[in-house]
Structures are given as C-alpha cells and as structure tokens.
Design a protein around this ligand. Structure first.
Ligand code: BGC
Length: 749
C-alpha cells in the first residue's frame, strides 16, 4: 500500500524538509530517520550503471551502446529490453535512479555530447527515450530524463542562454521530452545547466511547473544537473525539487531563511518534499528480490543490441566478407575499439573484446596492421607505408576508423566534422593500391567521409558499447544483417549545417536562428544535398514498400487514422527494415517543413516474405505549435502521408484531408487582409458575397487589358489588400463597407 506521504511531510520540521532538497553526497540523497525517510542512491547513466562503490572505486559492469547507436535501431522493443537490463542492474546494486536517458536534440553535429543524445528529430527522440524509460522503470527504479531543456552545446553549457522563439522551443526542443513524459512517466527529470531565453532551467517556472507539470502531467521530482543551482529558493518556487550533489547545507539554509522571511511559501517546499518522497518510497517499498546482477548475461545483450544498431552506409557487394577471403585489419581501433564517450556516462566496463580478438578466436584469415593510433591524430609515415604494403597482398582491407576522446567528449564541442587527418591519409593511400576497402566507423556523431564513394563499404558502428568488437565481426561476416538507420543526417560538410553561422554563440547567448529547421527539416527545405539522409540505412537484403492504405481519407480533429503498407523482403537473406511514416502539410501554411517523421516500425522478414505494417496517426501528427493560440494546430485541408525506408526514399504517398475544429484568432480591422478573410471559414462566405456584389469592375480597374500573367499578378496583389482599401478601389460605399465590417466581426465572435 502506498504510504501517506502528506502525513509524513506534515510531521517534519522546516529544517528537515529543506535538508531533503539537496544531496548528502555526490550520489546519495539525505535521510530523515526520525520520520522513516532513508537515504537512496542515484547513479549515471544513461547506457550503463556508473555506480560508485563504498570504497570509492567504480562498479565494474556492462557498457551498452550509447544513444547515438541505439537510436539508429529505430527499435522501441530493443530499447525497452536494454532499459530492462539496466533497471535490473540498478535494483541488484541498490541504485534508486539511473540518470538518463539524455535526449537533447542534435542541433549541430558539432555538439560534443551528441554521442549520448538520440536524434535531430523530436518524435524519434521521444519514442526512443520513452521505451528506455519503460524498461528501467519496470523495476521501480526511476529514470532521470535529461537535460531539460535546450542544452544543445557544450560550449559554456553551465551559463549560456539558449535563445529561441516559442514555436521552435515547443516544436523542436520540448516535444521529445513531452512524448517521453506523457508516454512513460519518468520518475524524475534533470533540469539543465543552461538558461533558456535568459532564465536558468533550474529556476524556470514556465518550464518546470507550467509546461512540465501542468500541461504534461509530470508527477515525479525534478533534480538539478550536477551543480546547476542558481538561486535555490527561487528554484523551489519554480518547481525544482532536489539539488544535486550536496551543497554542504548552504542552500538548505537559504530555503529555511526564505520561508521564515515570508519570501517562499512553505507549501511549495512541502510539495517539493512530497514529490521526492513519492518516488523514493515507490523504490523502497517495491523491492524486486528477483533482480540479479549478471555481467555475463548483460554482455551478451550488449552484443546483440549493438548488432541491431549499426548502420550500413555503403556496400558494393563486398560485404558480407567471404569466409576464405584474406583480410587485413588496419587502424588501432581494430585492437582497441572506441566504444563509449568521455564524461559522466563513462562506464567502468567489465570486459571488452575487440574485432581483432574475435577474428583470432574464430580463426578468421585476418592480419592486423596499426596504421594510426586510436587516441590521437598522429600521422606516422612508417606505419602508413607498412599498412599500404600489406594492403597490396590482401583480398579485402578493413580500416577501423573513428574519433578519439580528445576530439569528441562531454565538456567541449568538436571544432569540425573531420576524421583525424592521419586516418583520411591512410585510407586514401590504401585506396591507391587496393580498391576493396571497407571502413568501419567508431564515432558519436556525423563525420565527413571524403573517400566515401571510392570504398567498397562503410559500416557505421557509432559508439557501440563493450559488445562492439563481437557485433562488428558478426556484421562483417554476415552472421548478422545490418538493420540500423540513421537517426541524424550526415551532411556533406559542416558549412552546410543548419546552425553553422550561429552554433556555440558568443558564450553568453546562443541564438537558434534556424528556428524549427533542424536536421532534415532544414536540408529538405533548402534542397541541400547530403551524404546520407535521416532515416537511411542499407541491409544485406532489399525491401519493397507498397500498397499504402489509409483507414479513412479524412481525419477530424481529435480522431485517428491508420496507415498500412505491405513490406516485402525482395532479397536472399532474412533482414529487418525500418518503415518510416512522414506527414507533409500541403495546405500552404507558412513555415512548415517539407515533411516530418510521425511514425515508424521495425519489421523482421524472411526472404520473399511480405508483412503488413501499420501505424496510427492522430491530429497531433499533423500539427505545428501555433503561437497565436499557444497550442498545437493544423489547418483544415490537404496533407500527405509519405512512407519509405529513409527520408529521401519515399515509396508510397497517400492524401489525407484534415478537418480542424479550431479557428485562429482573426481581428477584423482596417489592415485585415483579403486573403485572411477568404481563408477563414467563418468570414469567407460573408466576404465572398460582398466581393461578388462589389468587385465587378476589378478586371477593368486593376487589370485593364493586360494578359493572363498580369491578371495573375493582380490577383496575388489583391490577396494582400487590407480591408481599408475596399474604398480606394471603389468596392462599395462607406455605409456598405461599415456594414461588411460589422458582419465580419459577428462572424468571428
Ligand atoms: C552531467 C549529467 C550527469 C551529472 C552527474 C553532469 O555534469 O551533465 O549528465 O548526470 O554530471 O554525473
């Protein structure tokens, strides 16, 4: 039975309540033994359990693939499985909250922490995060969705103000969090370091209370990122519950002081403590004695998960490798893979097997040559020469390339999108003597691949966790079939990226001038060619998507429509396809992306097999955030549902007519335009009738004897006329115009 938390809080002194609002140490909350509140532990997260042991060492455990990889699985069941494994580990290790998932939008490929984030797309971010949360929380272990919000760069992340308009904030930077909160009810949220439009997230009432709790129904507790507190009492009033880590009692005293001075309502403090205790007791009172900490079991899971995440970017048929091929592995990552990022998510992993170790274990015909180091950009001509010599004699050369920690990590952003120069040089030199080159990538974010069209294949492993070596071997030799698709665009150059001119800002503010045009929303709108589009990924088999059918050709506000397609495996091996459903607004509404992802499903098919795949779309799938009504809105009219296996490979399109039951506010005044009146279903009949009566001479007066093109021009001009110009163009008398205005006002009342 749930405890009566309110009654526990009512028995606590002001000082005890305030003391609960900050940590006891780096990872523990404070107890209040007098009323039976124990201390509990929280730990990073997100893709492994980074628990500090009592003796100060770090727990040796399994490092699962980072979010850059798991997002590419487009597989919510897989993420739930990974979450479940993590939740079980936490339970067995007595950790009450796993800090993650991290789900900030990948605004620029340069953000140093992109490896930990999910996608450039909020819908995909939300769905993947929601699945991760569901998995962990099955064990009554909480998650802490982070970093809320708009923490999209590392440069001055602790103070910079992310500046953007309301629509951009809601549509791009908050809607992923919204999906996660509404769908999976995370127990906690981590407020980010940065400011949003000049207000720190940790004291942002609009963010933490108005939106998170009141609009989305969040009922857990909000904690700070580590050391993100600005004004503590203001934080409580804004909806910030727990400060982490410890503040040495300083900030607790400030809360007490503020209450005593009448500057902070004690009820708000009570609410913060209640929020925390509800989550804490949910953990304490639901013990799950069946939880087993088993690194061997979870290592196998990490291998399997990574094999479902890797993205095959290029393949001319060279992959899978033939068993008897003489293969040369080049690049130190073959021996020392880069499989996780630096910073707070760094796991003390229990074991790591490299692709070379596996090849040796399996007696593969593989030789190894270092070529370049794993930890820095260092061109060593001798190493390159040795690799080129060996490459001449190999049937296939597999280059293990990637980014070292010094280039990509939490704490700083990347300076460019290049791979280390030593690696590019080595690959180009090898290509001169052997065209059968496969490149395996170990990186947390898109890189520029100057030689990409000359190689035989490119396999993007991302930061694949400690199972990366085994998974790479399975994929290279066809024991597993690649089925990841990109959760982010690979642009051709950093200069092509949406926020190239503003990313990072001046250290004080960072202006999100590109607005909602992030990732594929930008490249598609500007028709900028990219290396690999959002949603792209190859397989060792091929698929056909056809017969798109909608359950209805009309969708009414509040209703749903089901889109169904047939997916066929048209190749010779079993495989998985990622079927993606995008929505395109065809109503000519200003400022909408070409299309947006609103549904996806991953499906397994035997060779020759066909299955039906369906997703349900609702009216929100069609909507954008309309600031004039502070709500989500879609105009009545035509939309398209586009289905494909990549944002740039749409196989089927169906039309959908949407009927909205909402109107945008329309003020009838002198400068209300003709087009606004003609578009609004309330005023259109009134105004059309008036024009029919009074606009008889417009062809003569405005157009005269001009040709068709000029007529079109005049009509376009006419759309922009304000009401007050009725008069100037002789469309009715003053009395008639006044009556029209009165009728129009009535129509919009
Ligand atoms: C990171 C968080 C992390 C916390 C605790 C912070 O610096 O931004 O993501 O959970 O440290 O390690």
């Amino acid at each position: 039975m749930a405890r009566d938390v309110k009654s526990i809080v009512s028995k606590m002194t002001l000082e005890e309540k305030a003391s609960l609002c900050s940590g006891a140490s780096f990872w523990d909350t404070k107890p209040v033994e007098r009323v039976g509140v124990p201390s509990v532990m929280v730990s990073d997260g997100p893709h492994g359990l980074r628990k500090m042991n009592k003796d100060g060492t770090t727990l040796s455990t399994v490092c699962f693939p980072a979010a850059c990889a798991t997002a590419s699985s487009f597989d919510t069941e897989l993420l739930e499985e990974m979450g479940d494994a993590l939740g079980q580990q936490c339970r067995a290790q007595d950790v009450s909250i796993l800090l993650g998932p991290a789900m900030n939008i990948k605004r620029s490929p340069l953000c140093g922490r992109n490896f930990e984030y999910i996608s450039e797309d909020p819908y995909l971010s939300g769905k993947i995060a929601a699945a991760h949360i569901r998995g962990v929380q099955k064990w009554n272990v909480g998650t802490s969705v982070k970093h809320f919000a708009a923490n999209n760069q590392e440069y001055f992340r602790m103070s910079v103000s992310s500046e953007m308009d309301e629509r951009t904030l809601r549509e791009i930077y908050l809607s992923g969090f919204e999906i996660a909160v509404k769908e999976s009810k995370p127990k906690t949220i981590m407020a980010s370091y940065n400011q949003i439009n000049g207000v720190y997230s940790t004291e942002n009432k609009k963010l933490l209370t108005d939106i998170l709790r009141n609009e989305w129904g969040f009922d857990g507790y909000v904690m700070t990122d580590w050391g993100a507190v600005a004004d503590r009492a203001k934080g409580i009033a804004a909806g910030l519950d727990l400060e982490m880590p410890a503040s040495g009692g300083v900030n607790d005293a400030k809360i007490v002081e503020a209450v005593k001075a009448g500057k902070l309502d004690e009820k708000l403090l009570d609410k913060a403590v209640e929020n925390m205790l509800n989550v804490l007791f949910d953990y304490v009172d639901n013990p799950h004695d069946d939880a087993v900490f088993d690194n061997e079991r979870d290592h196998k899971k990490a291998v399997q998960i990574e094999s479902e995440c890797a993205v095959l970017l290029e393949n001319n048929g060279i992959l899978p490798l033939k068993k008897d091929a003489k293969v040369l592995y080049v690049g130190e990552y073959a021996k020392v893979p880069r499989f996780q990022g630096g910073g707070s998510s760094h796991i003390h992993c229990c074991k790591i097997t490299s692709a070379l170790d596996v090849a040796q274990e399996k007696n593969r015909s593989v030789e190894y040559c270092k070529g370049f180091p794993a930890d820095r950009d260092l061109t060593d001509e001798k190493e390159i020469k040795a690799a080129v010599e060996k490459a001449k004699a190999a049937d296939v050369v597999v280059v293990f390339a990637g980014l070292p920690d010094v280039i990509e990590s939490e704490g700083f952003d990347r300076k460019n999108m290049d791979l280390p120069a030593c690696q590019n040089k080595l690959i180009s030199e090898i290509l001169k003597v052997n065209k059968n080159v496969v490149v395996v990538l170990h990186n947390g974010a898109p890189v520029v691949l100057p030689w990409r069209k000359e190689t035989g294949a490119i396999l993007e492993m991302y930061l694949g966790g400690q199972g990366v070596g085994e998974a790479t071997d399975m994929l290279l030799y066809g024991e597993a079939n690649p089925c990841g698709h990109l959760a982010e665009t690979f642009p051709l150059s950093v200069e092509d990226t949406p926020c190239y001119l503003s990313f990072g800002g001046d250290g004080i503010t960072t202006k999100y001038d590109e607005g909602i045009y992030v990732g594929y929303r930008y490249y598609e709108k500007k028709k900028i060619p990219v290396a690999y589009a959002f949603g792209y990924g190859l397989s060792y088999t091929t698929f056909e998507i056809s017969n798109l059918v909608l359950s209805s050709s009309e969708l009414k506000e509040g209703g749903t429509v089901t889109a169904t397609v047939d997916v066929k495996n048209t190749g010779n091996v079993a495989g998985k396809e990622v079927v993606q459903f995008y929505v395109a607004d065809k109503t000519k509404t200003f400022g909408r992306p070409v299309k947006e992802l609103k549904g996806f499903k991953k499906i397994y098919l035997e060779p020759g097999e066909t299955k039906k795949v369906s997703v349900e779309l609702d009216s929100r799938s069609l909507k954008y955030y309309e600031v004039r009504i502070n709500d989500w809105y879609a105009k009545t009219g035509e939309y398209e549902i586009c289905v494909g296996n990549s944002s740039d490979n749409i196989h089927a399109v169906a039309k959908l007519n949407y009927v909205s039951s909402r109107y945008l506010p329309l003020e009838i005044k002198g400068d209300t335009t003709f087009s606004a009146l003609l578009e609004d279903p309330r005023t259109a009949p009134v105004f059309k009738a008036y024009l029919a009566e009074h606009d008889k001479g417009s062809d003569d007066t405005v157009v005269g004897d001009m040709g068709a093109a000029a007529k079109e021009m005049a009509e376009a001009m006419f759309q922009g006329f304000p009401l007050k110009s009725l008069f100037s163009f002789g469309m009715g008398t003053r009395e008639e115009a006044e009556k029209l205005i009165a009728d129009l006002k009535k129509a919009v009342e």
